[in-house]
Structure formats: C-alpha cells, structure tokens
Design a protein around this ligand. Structure first.
Ligand SMILES: *Cc1c(COP(=O)(O)O)cnc(C)c1O
Length: 231
C-alpha cells in the first residue's frame, strides 16, 4: 500500500457511501466514514487523514497507545475492540467514544474513570445481532435491560448501537439491526440517545447504509489486507 492507493481507495469508498446514502434518502454528509487502523502504520493512517478521514477506530489499547502520538493532532479516535475493565483508565479523556460496551461491569468501570475526570463519556452498546457464541455483544433480547441500567450512570452517555453482523451475503442481519435500533429509539429511554447506528465494514458498508447505518468502519478496503505478522 502506498499513499496513492490509499487516496484512490478513499475516493472510491466515499463515492460508494454517497451513492448508498442517496439511495436510502439521506445526504452523504450524514454518514460518518471511520478508518479502522489496526496493524496499519501511522504514516498511512495520516495519509487517510490528509485525504479527509475525520475519525479513526482502534481495536487494541496497547496499539492505540503506541500510535496515537504519531497521528495528526486533533483527529478523534473511537475504541471499537474488546475492552478489558483494567484498561478503561487509558481511554477515558483520550477517546471520543467507546463503541464496544456490552456489559454493565464495563460501563461501571467507565463511569468510575469518567467521574474522576469530571466528564461524560460517550459510548455505544455493542449488539450480537446474529447471536453467535464466538462474538462479543449483548443479545437483542437483553439489550433493553442493559440500556436501562447504563442510562442511570451519570458520567456515561449512550449515543446508539454498534454491531458486527455474521458474514452472510444477504442483508437479513443488517435489517434485523435496523429494526432493533428503531424499536429501542421508540422506547425513549431517559438520558439515552439513539442517534448513531455503527454498522458496516469493508464487505458490507453499502448494504449497511441502505439498512440505516450512519457510521461505517472501514479497514481493508481503505488500507489493503492486514498484515498481522508485523505487529
Ligand atoms: C477490523 C474491524 C473493522 C474493519 O474491518 P474491515 O473488514 O477490514 O473493513 C470494523 N469494525 C471492527 C470492530 C473491527 O474490528
């Protein structure tokens, strides 16, 4: 991967996003395009930022810490990976939003450190829409209960939902997620917003946007296939 390829990928993806947005009756600007940076060298991430990427997604706390100072200053970063409670302290005050919360204990840990810093931490709840054993995320049937509990934490602010659906060709899980998102929105849980649906990766982002996503998380389609051997 070089800068020119990233530029080309960026513009191609941007066009696909715009097209899918319009097809779903929205403006292209309503869809956030996140660059997922796992295993990607900071120089290449900065190239994506220079192209116009406005948000980064990090999966691992250690990798985030080792790379964050090399990124262009001021670029917001979301955490999207599995998060252990003992690492929460490294994120609060640095990360824009934690997208991968699916347990009350984790939300309580976020509450603790956010309270210490006197800030309100934005989070998304991660939903295991396919009910897959191997995946993290809360099951749809237990989501309302978790939302009620998290909504009572004064320094945690739920902004919406995130999901990694099972890798199938059709859009049944994307549609199920759209329905769940709308259902939860209608419940109007106090101190909870349902404004972000984070759904769609390199292989399904156009479909995801057509199913109501307004934040797509893109790694390999932008930066090329990941090389885990160099980590
Ligand atoms: C790696 C990752 C992505 C991006 O995956 P690609 O298929 O490379 O676009 C998106 N979301 C999460 C949570 C990820 O871990």
């Amino acid at each position: 991967m070089d800068n020119k390829q990233i530029q080309e990928n960026y513009h191609r993806i941007l066009e696909t996003i715009a097209d899918a947005a319009v097809k779903s009756g929205r403006l292209p600007e309503e869809i956030a395009f996140m660059a997922v940076t796992k295993t990607v060298a900071p120089e290449l991430v900065n190239c994506a930022i220079d192209c116009g990427i406005q948000i980064l997604g990090e999966n691992r706390v250690q990798e985030y810490q080792s790379k964050k100072d090399a990124y262009r200053p001021g670029i917001p970063v979301d955490f999207i990976g599995t998060l252990q409670s003992n690492k929460v302290k490294y994120l609060i005050g640095n990360i824009r939003m934690i997208q991968s919360v699916s347990k009350l204990t984790l939300a309580q840990e976020i509450e603790k450190y956010a309270a210490k810093q006197n800030l309100k931490q934005d989070i998304l709840l991660e939903v295991n829409i396919g009910g897959e054993e191997s995946k993290s995320g809360i099951l749809p049937e237990t989501l309302p209960e978790l939302l009620m509990q998290v909504s009572e934490l004064p320094h945690v602010h739920v902004c919406g939902l995130m999901t990694i659906p099972p890798p199938v060709k059709d859009d049944r899980f994307l549609k199920a997620m759209q329905e769940l998102f709308l259902k939860i929105k209608q419940m109007q849980i106090p101190d909870t917003e349902m404004k972000i649906l984070s759904m769609g990766m390199s292989d399904d982002y156009a479909q995801a946007i057509q199913c109501g996503s307004n934040l797509v998380r893109i790694g390999s389609a932008l930066f090329g296939a990941r090389d885990y051997s160099k980590r």
